[in-house]
Design a protein around this ligand. Structure first.
Ligand code: HEM
Length: 148
C-alpha cells in the first residue's frame, strides 16, 4: 500500500542560515507588482489615450520617446522589472508542477536563458536606438531629425 505524503512535506532539509532567496523572491513579486502597476498603466495611458491616442504610434513616435532619458529609464525599468517578475513567476509554476527533475531543469534553464537574452536585447534597443537613420524618408522620422 502506498502512503500519500502529508501536504508541505519538505523535499529538502531545513534551512540553517544564509540568505533566504525564496523569501526575497516572494517579496520581489509583491514590490515589483506595485511598481509595475504604475509603469504599465502610465505606459498605456501615454501610448494609447493621451494626445492622438493609438493612431500616433509610428517610427517617429517611438524614436522620439527613446531619445528622451525619462522614457529610456521608464521603459528600462518596465523591461527589467516585468521580465524578472515574469521569469520568477514561471519558475514558481515550474517548481510547483514539473515533478520530473530532468524536465524541471530543462524548463528552468529555458526560462533563465530566454530572460537573459530578452533583457540584453531590450536594453540594447533602449540605449542604442537611432531615431534619425541616415537615408530614411524625413516624413517618417521625428521632427527634431530635420535639425540634424
Ligand atoms: C500590473 C502589474 C502586475 C502586478 C500587480 C503583478 C502582481 C503579481 C503578484 C503579487 C504575484 C504573486 C502571486 C502569488 O504568489 O500568488 C504575481 C505572479 C506572477 N506574475 Fe505578476 N504582476 C504584474 C505584471 C506581470 C507581468 C507583466 C508578467 C509577465 C511578464 C507577470 C507574470 C507573473 C507570473 C508568471 C506570476 C506567477 C503566477 C503564479 O505563481 O501562479 N506579472 N504577479
Amino acid at each position: 500500500m502506498s502512503l500519500i505524503e502529508a501536504p508541505r512535506t519538505p523535499t529538502r532539509g531545513r534551512r540553517t542560515g544564509g540568505i533566504n532567496w525564496e523569501k526575497w523572491g516572494w517579496i520581489y513579486m509583491r514590490a515589483s507588482g506595485v511598481v509595475l502597476v504604475v509603469l504599465i498603466f502610465g505606459h498605456l495611458l501615454v501610448n494609447m489615450f493621451l494626445g492622438e491616442g493609438v493612431k500616433a504610434i509610428d517610427f517617429a513616435f517611438v524614436g522620439g520617446k527613446l531619445s528622451d532619458p525619462f522614457w529610456q529609464v521608464w521603459d528600462g525599468l518596465m523591461l527589467w522589472l516585468a521580465l524578472i517578475h515574469g521569469a520568477n513567476g514561471m519558475r514558481t509554476i515550474v517548481n510547483d508542477y514539473a515533478t520530473n527533475p530532468k524536465v524541471r531543469t530543462v524548463l528552468l534553464a529555458g526560462i533563465a536563458v530566454s530572460t537573459i537574452i530578452l533583457i540584453a536585447l531590450g536594453t540594447l534597443v533602449i540605449t542604442t536606438f537611432d531615431p534619425c537613420p541616415a537615408g530614411a524618408d524625413p516624413a517618417l522620422l521625428a521632427s527634431f531629425c530635420e535639425a540634424l
